[in-house]
Ligand binder design. Structure first.
Ligand SMILES: NC(=O)C[C@H](N)C(=O)O
Length: 310
């Protein structure tokens, strides 16, 4: 069954005019990651490549295309974790870099820490030679439009969040059976400056353990943290549930316990995979055995050959 990679482009409600770009984005990212796996590359390289591509894609709320905070700025969170050693790296509230997921990986590889935040993360990025980019280059017309709309006195904050839930994430198992996850986000629209969400928090935004599996999550961060969604799903897998059942149990608990919707991508060590969500939509894609799988609405599942798209 191995290798496999599964990605998501965020749970929520995607405006009609953006659905096509979103589906295209997850499919392109999963293809790039699968090429790495098929060439014998590691699951960590694969998930970082997939998430990097989606950070660069303005259709998603991560990197270029991130939502704006209350002051109109961009602060981003990201995490990576590898299942062999349980090593992880994260950055939170980081500014002025194009690819927070790559900085998270550097935190894992080059420091003895699990997470660096804000100005400290920026200093570390500089020390590692990561180029600084102007904030303007991360902001799209669409994210500025959403932000402005949200400032209007009659704005409905819940409605405004919809369509900008596009956090991105990936999980993978490589041909050696090593498992990894990565998640990256601009957070929640209009968040307070300095707000840190679930994404960089181990066990909430993601978790990977070669003995159990891996999960990357998306949804309302404060709710995800309350139930430590990624680790909760892996707990259900430890209890013998399938990737699909465990994902649904975790999401159902979050819905009943804290009235929140979300989505996840999940793998187990044998290469079973799932893309599950309680929100109306989540763009997702998976690649395994040279087949591309993708979908957007509940119950949707399209397949095509990786090498011969039609
Ligand atoms: N779109 C998302 O998934 C948001 C992210 N979980 C956060 O709260 O920061």
């Amino acid at each position: 069954m191995l290798p496999v990679v599964v990605v998501h482009g965020g749970a929520g409600q995607i405006p009609k005019q953006r659905t096509e770009q979103s589906t295209l984005g997850v499919c392109t990212a999963v293809r790039a990651a699968y090429t790495i796996l098929r060439g014998g590359g590691s699951s960590m390289d694969a998930v970082v490549e997939a998430v990097t591509q989606m950070e660069d894609n303005p259709s998603f709320n991560a990197g270029h295309g991130s939502v704006l905070n209350a002051k109109g700025g961009v602060e981003m969170d990201a995490i990576v974790m590898e299942g062999k050693t349980l090593g992880s790296g994260a950055v939170s509230a980081v500014r002025n870099i194009a690819n927070p997921v790559q900085l998270a990986r550097l935190v894992m590889d080059k420091t003895s820490h699990a997470c660096l935040t804000a100005e400290g993360a920026s200093q570390f990025a500089r020390a590692m030679g990561v180029p600084e980019v102007p904030e303007e280059s991360l902001i799209t017309e669409y994210s500025r439009m959403r932000w402005t709309k949200n400032l209007a006195p009659e704005a409905n904050p819940v409605e405004c969040q919809m369509g900008k839930m596009g956090t991105v994430g990936a999980v993978a198992v490589d041909s050696e059976g090593n498992i990894a996850c990565a998640t990256s986000t601009g957070g929640m629209l209009n968040k307070m400056e300095g707000r840190v969400g679930d994404t960089p928090c181990i066990g909430s935004g993601g978790y990977a353990d070669n003995n159990v599996g891996a999960v990357s999550t998306t949804g309302h961060g404060e709710a995800i943290m309350k139930v430590t969604l990624a680790r909760l799903i892996l707990f259900h897998m430890e209890q013998g549930h399938s990737v699909e059942a465990a994902s649904d149990l975790g999401l159902a608990y979050m819905k009943s316990r804290v009235a929140a919707l979300g989505g996840v991508v999940t793998v187990d060590p044998r290469g079973h995979w799932a893309a599950r969500f309680s929100s109306r939509q989540m763009s997702w894609a998976a690649a395994q055995k040279d087949t591309l799988h993708y979908g957007l609405y509940t119950g949707e599942h399209f397949t095509q050959s990786i090498d011969h798209p039609h």
